[in-house]
Design a binder for this molecule. Structure first.
Ligand code: CTP
Ligand code: CA
Length: 225
């Protein structure tokens, strides 16, 4: 058993994967959320574990089953996900940010349920930007650490993904078009963008296969540094 474990490509590597969507509370019963199912991130966590890695999955709101035999940390809000990632990252070799992180939170969360008073037709919510987890972590990472982010786009996929690669400072950005499929789907079509590397296009395939491709990328990148 020991020999078998030692031959796996990611044995001894500690990988953090984020999955699902973060939720920002409005009041005790309501929140702002998104359509992320968590499928992609969970598939990556599973694939990394199969490759022998010590995986930690930090997850928000998901609509699929959690994987077995993987260390799990739940993070409801963006703030909580940032804290969890910052706590785990110093011990890790790589971070894969597959989570759909909420970009905005309420400026002030109501302590009590907001009532729909009869004389009021509108409700204005004031929002403030959440911290960018990927950017924060990429900026402070060690040279021997690898950070992979995603770019979820409905238009100008490669242009927007290139800008994210540059601005966030991640080693790689996995670009996918979220207007055609992605959310909730079992399939995905991605482009891999790396710092100073040509864009690599993959054909549409099952998310489980995409996860294997991302784990391959992880293996190559972690061992040639
Ligand atoms: N991300 C993050 N923290 C945020 C927002 C996004 O870490 N507050 C990460 C996501 O997990 C993903 C990458 O950044 O890996 C890109 O997310 P995306 O929503 O596509 O891009 P944004 O930078 O948030 O820009 P926009 O939503 O305006 O396209
Ligand atoms: Ca966003």
């Amino acid at each position: 058993e020991q020999n078998l474990r030692e031959t796996l490509p990611l044995t001894g590597k500690k990988i953090i994967v984020t999955a699902g969507g973060t939720r920002e509370p409005i009041d005790p019963v309501r929140f702002i959320g998104n359509r992320s199912s968590g499928k992609m991130g969970i598939a990556i966590a599973r694939a990394a574990k199969r490759a022998g890695a010590d995986v930690c999955l930090i997850y928000g709101s998901i609509s699929v089953a959690l994987p077995k035999g993987i260390r799990l940390i739940h993070a409801e809000t963006t703030e909580k996900m940032l804290s969890a990632v910052q706590e785990e990252f110093p011990k890790a070799d790589a971070l894969i940010m597959a989570a759909a992180v909420a970009d905005w939170r309420l400026k002030k969360v109501a302590d009590q349920k907001i009532k729909k008073s009869m004389d009021q037709a509108n409700l204005d919510l004031s929002l403030v930007k959440t911290p960018d987890i990927l950017k924060t972590v990429s900026k402070n990472k060690r040279k021997d650490q690898l950070v992979i982010g995603f770019a979820a786009e409905t238009n100008d996929l490669l242009k927007n993904a290139q800008r994210k690669l540059k601005e966030k400072g991640a080693d790689y950005i996995i670009a996918n078009n979220v207007s055609t499929d992605s959310f909730g789907s079992d399939e995905d079509k991605i482009f891999i963008l790396g710092q100073g590397k040509p864009v690599f296009e993959l054909p549409r395939m099952k998310k489980t296969k995409v996860a294997d491709k991302i784990v391959n990328l992880l293996q190559k990148s972690l061992f040639i540094r």
